[in-house]
Unconditional design. Structure first.
Lengths: 571, 159
């Protein structure tokens, strides 16, 4: 059978034959319910309105009605930042303060809400959509505190001094000075804990805004940000809810009624790319989407403090000297892009914390191929005494489980290890692991990696100079969130480099096909991890997106399809 | 309202290639529309504005959704399925052939082809919906069309 070429007519016909079908009958109802939180009758009466302007107005009416229905705060307030009484009103009150005059009711396309409204959204369930919140900001008093030892190891953790930082409904004076002492108090009214990491905060008043009366005056702001940040998954389990509830600020939109430019924080010197270069790359990838903020970090030491999931060396990004982290507002959500300085390579962080190459070509560099710097980014580093006149042994603990909390040395060790490496549990201490090993006086840096499933702890004893070492018994007391099955943990020596351990079993029978070797290994590891209790014989990748077929030793197989976005690295 | 939902669903389905995801993208489109309705300066341009939101929502849905659908099947069936697929190629309709080819294209190319061939938008309308210059629309449309033809040819189905 001979068919004509694919001309316009044939294409048009094929498109219509394939896709021209009505929406499912209940979709209209679903849309109504999600928009208004009410019955479709309200909307239905406007269905046949002659012009969309009427429908649009109706949408606003439904918005306001729906907002009231889900119990968002009333608009009466005392001392809080002024807002229009509904989103359709934009004219400021006659006695408007600077913010009142500046707030248009919509910021970056988002309806302006106040702190109680934001709290209602936070408490309604997991929702990471961007919101614009007006309120009064009180900064952290961390700079005047001595608390380096308790600084958080994961983003979004509330660490030393962060507990004094608030976005409040009312202008509450939360910082006070008595003599030479500065202290903070908790707000009385509705308040949020904002996270301003990576943003320019030069707009903050000097001396915490403390006036001559010794009390602070908070700053009148509008923040654009979100709850339920995906990085909360990296917080210790017992702190995860607090991390999810953190209001992650992506943009400081308005301060004292003055609209602010997109924040750019430069933490690296000698960039090759300019702001304009990076903006152009972003505009090409996300056309029409506003940049919320930019931050420059160095890959080896800075990246994992912001994106912990990249600390294992994914895509080799921690090997890049300078990276641009750009937060962009796309379809109501903040999307983080990473651009390698001096290149057009752009990655998008996906909800699972993977960096997906979505455009450009990553530069080839030795750093990318190297195992990474020491200590690995995001590791907790302890210095263990090594005898008089000797430098301490540096121990870096890399946690892939997300459950590790802290560690301290038990010196001298409680028990002598039976082998070179071991672990034991103490009675009635379910979250504690006593880790023992025999080192030497020639040890200088040791890397301990805790596996994601907490089933293994591996040691990389680091460089061992040619010297006659005397065995030194060591013991670390490690604290974890939740109960740890210590006898099930395998402890031994391995390479605790920047990359996660290779997949168990199929590494010799993985056919990478068109998939890059690095991604291939990572994906094979994921596939094995997703098949607990099964022994995989072969994994064959069939396209650049990572579609694969795997066979088990029992003869069964698994076939996977990937929703391919050609040109993007598979996640 | 129904007509617009049909149109948005149609575009979403064609871009994301999955009915469940198209439902989600359609809902996100209308929610985004009412949240951003104040951005709309000219009600006469509502449809282009709404379609732009739909394109963005579809794009975000593609990125956000789980990328892997795994089903376990007997090993022998893997090969059998592949053979069956080969046999079916010769019997597929234009609609199915097109769908297969579209699946191989990048999202942006699929989007512009959908808006042009399914929705019938000309270059000026595409420029407004996609927020890019007319000249860029022309070049992207040309590139997308070439890519589609290549995809059809590579599959041995362009005749």
């Amino acid at each position: 059978m001979t068919q004509p070429d694919w001309g316009d007519d044939r294409l048009d016909a094929a498109f219509h034959a394939r896709f021209d079908r009505p929406a499912p009958s209940n979709l209209t109802m679903d849309v109504h319910v999600r928009i208004a939180g009410t019955s479709p009758a309200r909307f239905g009466s406007l269905r046949d309105s002659p012009t969309w302007s009427l429908v649009a107005a109706a949408v606003v009416v439904v918005l306001v009605a729906g907002t009231a229905l889900i119990g968002l705060a009333g608009f009466g307030r005392s001392g809080g930042p002024p807002l229009p009484s509904d989103v359709s009103a934009s004219a400021p009150a006659p006695s408007a303060t600077p913010t009142e005059q500046a707030i248009p009711g919509v910021v970056l396309g988002l309806p302006l809400i106040r702190v109680p409204d934001a709290i209602a959204i936070r408490d309604a369930g997991v929702d990471d959509r961007e919101i614009a919140v007006a309120g009064w900001f009180t900064p952290s008093i961390r700079p005047v505190l001595r608390c380096a030892a308790s600084l958080p190891t994961r983003p979004l953790q509330i660490g030393c001094g962060d507990d004094s930082m608030w976005l409040t409904l009312d202008a509450e004076p939360l910082i006070h000075r008595i003599g030479q002492q500065i202290g903070g108090s908790e707000p009385v009214g509705p308040a949020l804990r904002p996270d301003l990491s990576g943003l320019d905060v030069s707009w903050q008043p000097a001396d915490f805004g403390i006036g001559s009366n010794g009390k602070s005056v908070p700053t009148d702001v509008v923040f654009v940000g979100h709850f339920d940040d995906r990085r909360a998954a990296s917080c210790p389990e017992m702190e995860r809810t607090a991390c999810q509830d953190r209001f992650v600020v992506d943009s400081v939109a308005i301060v004292h009624g003055v609209q602010q430019p997109a924040s750019t924080v430069v933490d690296s010197q000698g960039t090759t790319s300019t702001d304009a270069d990076v903006s152009a790359i972003i505009a090409n990838e996300a056309p029409g989407s506003p940049i919320l903020s930019m931050e420059l970090v160095d890959g080896p030491t800075g990246l994992a403090t912001i994106e912990p999931s990249l600390g294992t060396g994914q895509e080799g990004l921690i090997g890049q000297p300078i990276l641009w982290l750009v937060r962009v507002l796309e379809s109501e959500r903040a999307v983080t892009y990473i651009v390698i300085d001096g290149s057009d390579a752009i990655y998008e962080m996906n909800p699972e914390g993977r960096a997906i190459l979505v455009g450009g070509t990553p530069p080839r560099s030795e750093a990318t191929a190297s195992p990474g710097p020491w200590p690995p980014a995001g590791a907790l580093v302890l210095d263990l005494p090594n005898g008089i006149g000797k430098p301490p042994v540096r121990v870096a603990i890399v946690d892939d489980s997300g459950r590790f909390v802290s560690a301290m040395e038990q010196d001298p060790p409680t028990i002598s290890p039976g082998g070179r490496f071991g672990a034991y549990a103490e009675p009635d201490k379910p979250g504690r692991v006593n880790l023992t090993w025999v080192g030497g006086i020639c040890d200088s840096r040791i890397t301990i990696r805790i596996a994601a499933d907490l089933r293994s702890i591996t040691f990389d004893m680091g460089p061992q100079p040619d010297c006659d070492s005397i065995g030194v018994a060591r013991e670390l007391i490690m604290h974890f969130s939740g109960t740890v099955d210590v006898p099930a943990i395998q402890v031994g020596e391995g390479t605790a480099g920047a990359s996660p351990p290779p997949p168990q079993g199929p590494e010799n029978v993985v056919d990478c096909g068109p998939l890059g070797p690095d991604t291939c290994q990572a994906k094979a590891h994921d596939i094995v991890a997703a098949s607990p209790g099964k022994s995989i014989l072969t994994i064959t990748f069939t396209d650049e997106c990572g579609s694969y077929t795997a066979t088990y030793v029992n003869g069964n197989g698994i076939a996977a399809t990937i929703d391919c976005i050609p040109g993007a690295s598979p996640g | 309202m129904h007509a617009r939902i049909d149109a948005i669903y149609r575009v979403s389905n064609a871009i994301v290639g999955d009915e469940a995801d198209a439902r989600d993208a359609t809902q996100e489109t209308f929610i985004a529309a009412w949240r951003r309705i104040r951005e709309l300066r000219d009600p006469d341009r509502f449809d282009a504005w709404l379609q732009r939101i739909a394109v963005n929502s579809a794009r975000m849905t593609l990125r956000a959704r789980g990328r892997r659908l795994v089903r376990e099947i007997p090993a022998g069936d893997v090969a059998a399925l592949a053979m069956a697929a080969d046999r079916a190629t010769a019997e597929r309709s234009d609609a199915d052939i097109l769908a297969t080819a579209l699946d191989t294209l990048p999202t942006d190319q699929r989007t512009i082809l959908v808006l042009h061939h399914l929705e019938g938008h000309g270059v000026a309308e595409l420029a407004e919906i996609l927020a890019i210059p007319v000249g860029t629309v022309k070049s992207r449309l040309h590139t997308a069309r070439r890519a589609l033809e290549s995809a059809l040819a590579a599959d041995g189905i362009a005749r």
